[in-house]
Design a binder for this molecule. Structure first.
Ligand code: NDP
Ligand code: MG
Length: 394
């Protein structure tokens, strides 16, 4: 039985994690739940799963939830802010923390969870992009497990089972190509937020859906795979596979290629992580190779001249240090501004490139610690926000 703390339980991954729990109550307990501000959903989850404690990032919303729970005679501590997330991530009664917060906000709670000896089931890729160089050594030092939830990384993990790491030649990470596959730069100038939010194969939270449209999601995933599997970024290839049936592949030294397949659903990777090292009683519908949606699989290269953030991510991953932190922070600021209708689609890319270029001299050679990562994240957001203001004025 795993005793879970689900960080970001009201989001897409958080809800699907609780769906897995709902269908196998004998296999899991829910010790803690957290959210940003969606206290209506959190309230319902508390009623159903009865965690010991919960936390809300937004203080006003946390107080409102606490009053609502009291008037419903439900006795549970409502914590708030980053400290609340950390408390939930380090609870004595929990053994596994599900990292399902979106963005850099997930890093500090996950870092503290590892410090306190918890296994981590991780969806929140930004944690590894910004902090992989300190999280992964800490995982090894503490002897805890890093259980990947991101579908590509789950696929790679499953393919690697039983293979010697020294036999791994390349990772072929698949990408759907997003809603703008095949578009030109001129066409990208004009795409709307609604178009960008309309992903062809996956139903996900807003930020990752925009990352899929810019292909930054793949860039972040290259760096995530580099940290998880200890492989250099230039031994990771992006393979655009619009059907999203093969979730990734590995090529071994003898030329053998192993792939993991399934319909696009995050339930299976969540189950694979939470039942590890066993296999669970899955709630995913059986795979039918004759289903029209999963036959006729196609593959094409990624056009990094159109989707330039992929190229930048390779560069940032190879340079390491605080470069990926800056790239990630600028991307988060730019995606937020894009979703708010403040900048155009290609303004995301411009903001990220310019922030990385501007901050390059100040971060080169800087020591990597949790504090320097957090400070650099803040600085990069300030700079990116200034750039965004400039773009708005233009
Ligand atoms: P969502 O936006 O759907 O959910 C994010 C969750 O994080 C919500 O519970 C949200 O609370 C909470 N949250 C947001 N900001 C904060 C904050 N500052 N502090 C604390 N909690 C916060 O995102 P997804 O579930 O789509 O994605 C979560 C992570 O998983 C991302 O890193 C994403 O890249 C990754 N991932 C997602 C996949 C998917 O299919 N969705 C697939 C693979 C990876 P509230 O609801 O109150 O806003
Ligand atoms: Mg993914």
């Amino acid at each position: 039985m795993r005793r879970l703390s689900v960080l970001g339980s009201t989001g897409s991954i958080g809800k699907q994690t609780l769906e897995v729990v709902r269908n196998a109550p004998a296999d899991f307990t829910v010790e803690a739940l957290t959210c940003g501000s969606d206290t209506d959903t959190l309230f319902e989850q508390i009623i159903e799963f009865r965690p010991k404690v919960c936390s809300v990032m937004d203080e006003k919303k946390a107080k409102e939830l606490s009053d609502r729970l009291k008037s419903s005679d439900i006795n549970i501590d409502v914590l708030m802010g980053t400290e609340g997330n950390i408390t939930c991530a380090t609870l004595d009664s929990c053994d596994t923390v599900v990292g399902a917060i979106v963005g850099f906000a997930g890093l500090v709670p996950v870092y503290n969870a590892v410090l306190s000896g918890k296994d981590i089931a991780l969806a929140n890729k930004e944690t590894l992009v910004a902090g992989g160089d300190i999280i992964m050594p800490l995982i090894r030092e503490k002897g805890v497990m890093m259980l990947p939830i991101d579908s590509e990384h789950s696929a790679i993990w499953q393919c690697l089972k039983g293979e010697a790491r020294s036999d791994l030649d390349r990772i072929l990470i698949t990408a759907s190509g997003g809603p703008f596959r095949g578009k030109t730069r001129d066409e990208l100038e004009k795409v709307s937020v609604a178009d960008a939010l309309h992903h062809p194969t996956w139903n996900m939270g807003g930020k990752i859906t925009i990352d899929s449209a810019t292909m930054m999601n793949k860039g972040l995933e290259i760096i995530e795979a580099h940290h998880l599997y200890g492989i250099e970024c230039d031994r990771i290839d992006v393979v655009v596979h619009p059907q999203s049936v093969i979730h990734s592949m590995i090529r071994l030294k003898d030329g053998s290629v192993l792939a993991q397949m399934g319909k696009p659903s995050m339930i299976l990777p969540i189950e694979v992580a939470l039942y590890y090292p066993k296999r669970g009683p899955s709630i995913v519908k059986e795979f039918d190779p004759f289903d029209a949606a999963v036959s006729n699989l196609t593959f094409e290269p990624c056009d990094t001249e159109v989707f330039r953030l992929v190229k930048l991510a390779y560069e940032a991953g190879k340079r390491g240090g605080l470069f990926p932190t800056v790239m990630n922070a600028a991307n988060e600021s730019a995606v937020r501004a894009y979703l708010a209708g403040k900048i155009g689609f290609l303004g995301i890319e411009k903001t990220v490139f310019d922030t990385v270029e501007k901050m390059d001299p100040s971060i080169s050679g800087m020591e990597l610690t949790i504090d320097s990562i957090c400070q650099t994240d803040k600085d990069a957001r300030i700079y990116a926000d200034e750039l965004i203001e400039g773009i708005i004025r233009e």
